[in-house]
Design a protein around this ligand. Structure first.
Ligand code: FES
Ligand SMILES: [Fe+2]
Length: 470
């Protein structure tokens, strides 16, 4: 296996080439009916190398163990939403590798996280999430408060060496951003708000604090967690894997941004249903139909006649604003066409993939399953915009799909369920093929797969730094 490069060895250059055909994202956004947030007009097309990625990164136990030790134990990772645990005593269990944490709302409304392990002889304190007013071990009955204080030890006379001070449940760092609850297993990792870099700025128009998790689906997938996630970080696969996406005409639709000063964040923007601004030859009604095909909530093909002088994109964006405002009660009139229609997808290292804008309220999370480099957990959440003054409902619990269930079986995922199934079909095949390949490396596109190369480089940086610390 290749040695990880030394920290700081990542060299950024301008991108070698951009898509040769148009329209590009900035050309499409220039025709928006609203002012587009400045951050969407930014571009950062870079080149950071074109060497193959070692196949061992996806299939070897050795590399998986390095990730566990030097990445997962050091990063901030999203454990749940605040609305998953609104009341005192509400808790979820968050698994990462062989670690399991209890993430709990305490009596004063703060959130704490403890390893799910009794301090007597190690028994797990909880087998599932729920609501309790204390944590009682089922084995001999030691009890801790929600705040982690020891409040009972049966046969106390036999434990003169155990007291409140030395038997407080160990706490793992917890912090929140955007209504997401993050945990960190390392005391030296910078604070969350430093870790997330520019992410809050990118979400300031439609903050996650004003969203509600209405759908949460999880499935175990027989592939490495990175192989699964990478299927969602690029639009290059869309014409082949999702041929029904007729509105998607090719590589020019994706803008891939990686910033030299953002280790943990990158982005893709994929425009939807725009005219070919270069040739000027476009059938706007056909474009409207292509948008509807991907977004059936907007109507049926043939429903819409685009008025003379208007564009399909503007008309469909307005129709979508009306649909969202009607269903959520939130005025989304300020949302640009891009924020209604386009795929604007960010990445937070190592495994969170939140979409911005209003129209696609998606968040993905990918994790290894236990200690297995060939198995992972993929989760899809829908976080709908909601009025800040509306009473908060509890977040939707995780619905785990069995091996036989498909994403299309989940009505709440809407038309995208079948699209996720198409992605799923590739994943087992990727992992199998990586085990069988006689080629030592995975080859990436310079531009459209830059986000994949970028986060692999950051993984290497973490491993190199971790080894240097050891
Ligand atoms: S193992 Fe928990 S009380 Fe004994
Ligand atoms: Fe896909």
């Amino acid at each position: 296996m290749n040695e990880a490069p030394a920290p700081g060895s990542l060299v950024f250059e301008p991108a070698k080439a951009l898509p040769p055909t148009g329209p590009l994202v900035d050309e499409v956004l220039a025709n928006d009916s609203r002012e587009v947030p400045g951050s969407l007009l930014e571009q950062s097309a870079v080149f950071i190398g074109d060497k193959d990625l070692d196949v061992a990164r996806y299939i070897s136990q050795e590399f998986h163990d390095l990730e566990m030790e030097h990445v997962w134990k050091r990063v901030w990772q999203m454990a749940c939403r605040v609305e998953d645990i609104p009341e005192a005593g509400d808790h979820v269990l968050y698994d990462i590798g062989t670690e399991q944490l209890i993430v709990v709302r305490t009596s004063d409304g703060s959130i704490k996280a403890y390893p799910n392990s009794c301090l007597h002889r190690g028994t797990t304190l909880r087998t599932c999430g729920g609501n309790v007013n204390r944590f009682k071990c089922p084995f001999h009955g030691f009890i801790w408060s929600l705040e982690g204080d020891l409040i009972a030890k049966p046969a106390a006379w036999d434990f003169p060496h155990v007291d409140k001070q030395n038997f407080h449940l160990p706490e793992v760092r917890v912090d929140c951003w955007g209504g997401f609850v993050f945990i960190c297993l390392d005391k030296d990792t910078p604070p969350l708000m430093e870790y997330v870099g520019r992410l809050p700025e990118f979400f300031q128009e439609w903050p996650f604090e004003n969203r509600h998790k209405a759908v949460h689906v999880a499935k175990k997938i027989p592939c490495n967690w990175k192989a699964a996630m990478e299927a969602f970080l690029e639009g290059y696969h869309i014409p082949t894997t999702h041929p029904q996406s007729v509105g998607y005409s090719g590589e020019a639709q994706g803008q891939y941004d990686v910033w030299e000063d953002q280790d943990h964040v990158n982005r893709v923007i994929v425009w939807v249903g725009a005219a070919d601004t270069r040739s000027g030859k476009t059938d706007e009604n056909a474009l409207a139909d292509s948008i509807i095909k991907d977004m059936p909530v907007l109507g049926k093909p043939g429903d819409i006649k685009v008025p003379e002088g208007e564009t399909a994109r503007r008309v469909m964006a307005q129709r979508f604003r009306d649909v969202v405002t009607k269903s959520s009660g939130v005025d989304v009139d300020k949302a640009s066409d891009a924020e209604m229609l386009d795929a604007i997808q960010y990445f937070l290292f190592p495994n969170l993939v939140p979409w911005s804008g209003v129209g696609a309220p998606i968040v993905y999370r990918f994790r290894p399953f236990q200690n297995d480099p060939n198995m992972c957990i993929m989760e899809i959440m829908y976080l709908y915009v909601c009025s800040p003054d509306r009473p908060r409902r509890k977040g939707a619990p995780i619905r785990w799909l069995s091996d036989d269930e498909t994403f299309a079986d989940v009505a709440e995922l809407g038309g995208l369920g079948a699209v996720f199934d198409q992605d799923y079909e590739n994943l087992e095949r990727v992992q199998k093929g990586l085990h069988m390949t006689h080629k030592p490396g995975v080859t990436l596109a310079n531009y459209q797969e830059i986000r994949i190369r970028h986060y692999h480089a950051i993984i290497d940086r973490y491993i190199a730094e971790g080894r240097a610390r050891a």
